[in-house]
Design a protein around this ligand. Sequence first.
Ligand code: HPA
Length: 306
Amino acid sequence: MADFGLLTFDFGLIPARAVAYVTLRPMSADFTPDVLREIADDFKARHRTGNVRALMVAGSGLTLDVPDWEAAEEVALAEVFPFPLHELMGHRQTMTLWRRGEETILAMNGRFHLYQGYHPEEVTAPVRLAALLGAEMMLATNASGALDPSIPAGSLVVVSDHINLQGSNPLVGAWGLPFGPQFPDMSEAYDPELRRMALVAAKEAGFEAREGVYAAVLGPSFETPAEVRMLGQIGGAVVGMSTVPEVIAARQLGLKVLVVSLASNPAAGLVDRPLTHEEVLETGKAAAANLRKLLGLLVQRIFPSS
Ligand code: HPA
């Protein structure tokens, strides 16, 4: 224990950089669960939301395509959320409303990350908004580093479970109770039926996807080789800096969850060269076609046209 007057830190279990990051920008007293409910009502009044079926979330450098649905509206995130937005390479900062008849799929073109300084309730705001609008599931993609040497760069990994090492949880404090149980079960956080459908769809689309555990770290520095060895030893197949807050919020709200991760690079230390964000985006681009195809097929299967 280190004791600095009134502040006592236990450096044993909490990553010091996570603590330092969370204190970067004070939590906004203006963004509360009630404000989010007002945002949802306002969103309904301004946009033809119809029957919202799902939230889709695109990770770094990835774009989504929803075949048979029309990209009816593109909404700037700055117009929806009341907190300051940060620029990030490869992210469009918009949300598309895909429409088919009276049904809508909300698609986030990019996401908020803890490492950008967003607070957990900001990172999870799109999920809670989608749930307030009626969404019943979240289909998310992300980019990750492969911890397991048998996963080549460019592979798709259907996430079967996660290990949360981000040092935070979106259900802490005032945001925990208004949206569901404070202690939601996470034993089948990633829906087994959706996972099975994803593996089948990948095979039919002509490429292999496999299942694996997503280890979530805060970032934004990439992992050290020692961290990569540890993450592999504790059961991670891939490592990334996102998605887990959204999954926790989604599960509290009872949404079914599917996450497909694009392993864009071997994690640090597994190959003999440094990692760059550009490499992640470049491989993302090359393999993104597979991921787009997979999600397109999946949406067709999950929501067949009647
Ligand atoms: N580590 C963490 N996050 C990532 C990586 C990585 O190697 N690649 C893409 N996102």
